[in-house]
Ligand binder design. Structure first.
Ligand code: NDP
Length: 344
């Protein structure tokens, strides 16, 4: 679309994700453009506004955010704040009459997430959760393998998302429960959970889980370090998930089909996914490396909401999807605390 017809986005919170991935991704978007910024840091905002050609009059601080209502260039608001602030800014955006894209995890619990869905419905605006893996080319291809049974029935899946949080140690908002809602599970383990649901199109019916945090480490005074959980789906597919802040980075996804193993060593990265299909060929094992075109996931995500706004359609990853993940994460914590299998 020519620039004037693109859907104008306001970006709320100029942290690492917004500055390093989202704002640059607008350069690869075809239907969205950045038209406003919201930040607590005027200096940082001035630099970003100049870099992306945003009118200084469309730069807001948090207290002045509600004035966005009077800015007709802004059609959608992208909330990229710490998780504990998502609800407030999604609700304020909805009250200003703007469509909303909200970063994952949607909130810090299912009750808040449901309130956000209700607020956007009441305001008549769209609400989408930024589950970028559902817009990523290799994972989309994998979903078609699962759903079309290309390699027969999917019997098992293992999903690992491990990442160290380097910045500021215990002072990082990710280690403060009020701002994060939890530790590795809602931050990165959520990719394992949401991707398993996305790939299969099924909802888990049973959950078993276990968790661990090193004692006396201030980073884990409020949130957990490590969670392992197993999901049983109605088709009897069993999915093993593992997430942690304590070990070296690893984002490995492996799917065991009747007739093939599909291996993705870096399934949840921002870019550079790889996929190997391992199949028996006669008495030998054949490996095929799939090479797909891979558009920028963030640009795909921005364009999806833009298309939904233009065509008045429901996003593929609506708020309800976030509510469901929060309910499931609450069930994972219940399973871990009780040591019992939780039936849903
Ligand atoms: P950062 O800490 O880098 O940035 C958060 C920004 O929020 C800050 O820079 C600040 O922006 C603003 N902010 C306002 N109030 C606070 C506060 N009390 N404490 C800290 N920051 C505050 O976080 P990320 O960019 O890593 O994460 C932001 C959101 O994006 C989270 O919900 C996270 O889960 C999600 N995320 C998603 C990813 C994905 O792949 N989809 C990857 C990484 C994060 P300012 O200075 O402009 O006011």
């Amino acid at each position: 679309l020519p620039p004037a017809e693109r859907v104008g986005f306001a970006i709320v919170g100029l942290g690492r994700l917004a500055l390093e991935e989202i704002l640059p991704a607008f350069g690869e978007s075809k239907k969205a453009r950045p038209v406003a910024l919201v930040s607590g840091s005027p200096e940082k905002m001035k630099v970003a506004a100049a870099q992306y050609g945003i009118d200084p009059a469309s730069c807001y601080d948090y207290a002045g955010f509600d004035r966005i209502r009077d800015n007709p260039a802004v059609k959608a608001v992208y909330v990229v704040l710490p998780n504990g602030m998502h609800r407030e800014y999604v609700e304020r955006a909805a009250r200003a009459g703007k469509h909303v894209l909200c970063e994952k995890p949607m909130a810090t619990g299912s009750a808040d997430a449901q309130a956000m869905v209700d607020a956007c419905a009441a305001a008549g605006v769209k609400l989408m959760v930024a589950y970028r893996i559902q817009y990523e080319a290799y994972n989309l291809r994998l979903a078609s393998f699962v759903r079309q049974q290309t390699f027969g029935r999917l019997v098992g899946m293992s999903a690992i998302n491990v990442q160290t949080v380097a910045e500021n140690g215990a002072q990082q908002w990710r280690h403060k429960r009020a701002l994060s809602g939890g530790g590795s599970l809602p931050d990165i383990g959520l990719y394992c959970l949401n991707t398993a649901r996305f790939l299969t199109g099924e909802e888990p019916v049973e959950i078993f889980a276990s968790q661990y945090s090193p004692p006396n480490d201030p980073r884990y005074a409020e949130v957990e370090e490590t969670v392992s959980f197993t999901l049983r789906f109605p088709s009897n597919l069993l999915v093993n998930c593992f997430t942690s802040y304590g070990a070296r980075d690893d984002k490995h996804q492996r799917l065991n089909f009747e007739q093939a193993t599909v291996d993705m060593p870096n399934a949840y990265l921002y870019r550079g996914q790889r996929m190997t299909v391992i199949q028996r060929q006669g008495n030998a094992t054949g490996q095929t490396e799939l090479v797909l075109q891979q558009p920028n996931q963030f640009a795909e995500e921005l364009d999806h909401l833009a298309e939904c706004v233009i065509g008045n359609q429901r996003p593929r990853t609506p708020g309800e999807e976030g509510v469901q993940d929060h309910k499931l994460m609450e069930a994972i914590y219940r399973a871990a605390e009780s040591g019992q299998t939780v039936r849903l």
